[in-house]
Design a protein around this ligand. Structure first.
Ligand code: ATP
Ligand code: MG
Length: 195
């Protein structure tokens, strides 16, 4: 029945880059959040561009987009037996909206209609390095890319990873090496499922 893998990490930690590398070394169905659906577009074109400054509205929009993304795209791909790799999933909402002041229990509750991933992989990077990468990528920063904020996001990610046993990789490694580690982790998980 497929395998759902979530790649998590702060802005600029290298999620998109590593997923592109991963596609070159193993067959996966790659997707990302916010999704390309109508709610995802509303998030990208409105909420992330300063449309709302209420983090509870953000939390609700991200949760609605995630459920839509899951039903429309992830569940059908899993049904086809694919390894689905999503750039961001529930832990992104917990870390980002949690850092913005939303109660984490609330975030968990509104995300409880999607199943947890089979595997969560955190690309951990110091926000100073991440901001350096982001600034090299483009001059304009979205509202969640500020340094102090990213420090709070990282702290929540790391705390949750320790509590829940997520796989954490050092995002300063080369993208090729990170992709190889992720592929190994996925293969190990698939192997376990076959026993
Ligand atoms: N392992 C790496 N080592 C050095 N630079 C990297 C690495 N991975 C990505 N980069 C560079 O850092 C920048 C951000 O990478 P990327 O867009 O993959 O991050 P992201 O986590 O997907 O960010 P976002 O959350 O904004 O989608 C890019 O310019 C990319 O080339
Ligand atoms: Mg990305």
């Amino acid at each position: 029945m497929g395998l759902l893998v979530a790649i998590e990490g702060i802005d600029g930690s290298g999620k998109s880059t590593v997923i592109a590398k991963l596609r070159e070394i193993m067959p996966i169905y790659a997707t990302k959040e916010p999704s390309d659906g109508p709610i995802g577009r509303l998030i990208k074109e409105w909420a992330l561009k300063g449309g709302t400054s209420d983090p509870y509205i953000d939390a609700l929009l991200f949760a609605a987009d995630r459920l839509d993304h899951y039903q429309r795209e992830i569940a059908p791909a899993l049904k086809r037996g694919l390894v689905v790799v999503t750039e961001r999933y529930v832990e992104s909402s917990i870390a980002y909206q949690g850092a913005a002041g939303v109660d984490i229990g609330f975030v968990e509750a509104i995300n409880s209609k999607v199943p947890p991933p089979d595997l969560t992989i955190l690309l951990d990077l110091d926000p100073e390095d991440a901001v350096r990468r982001i600034n090299a990528r483009s001059a304009h920063a979205e509202k969640y890319e500020r340094l102090e904020f990213l420090k709070a996001v990282r702290a929540i990610y790391l705390r949750r990873a320790a509590e829940r046993g997520y796989v954490v990789f050092d995002a300063r490694e080369r993208p090729e090496a990170l992709a190889e580690r992720i592929a190994e982790t996925i293969r190990a998980k698939l192997g376990l499922g076959q026993r």
